[in-house]
Design a protein around this ligand. Sequence first.
Ligand code: FES
Length: 70
Amino acid sequence: MYVCVCNAVTERDIGSAVAEGCCSLRELREQLGVGACCGRCTKCARDVLHESLHACTPHRPTAARLQLAA
Ligand code: FES
């Protein structure tokens, strides 16, 4: 599904960017142009970003987990 029509960015593009280390809307804008034109996609892009981050993080230590381990 297209998330950002202005820049032809799909959910898959956002998932790939997250897998490569992108972790904020600002970084998505810099890398993919999401939200850089009309801005109508910002909320949807944020939701997809959060879903992608959540899907990628179960095996990654988070700051909170690292604090608990210290
Ligand atoms: S739909 Fe993303 S900037 Fe317009």
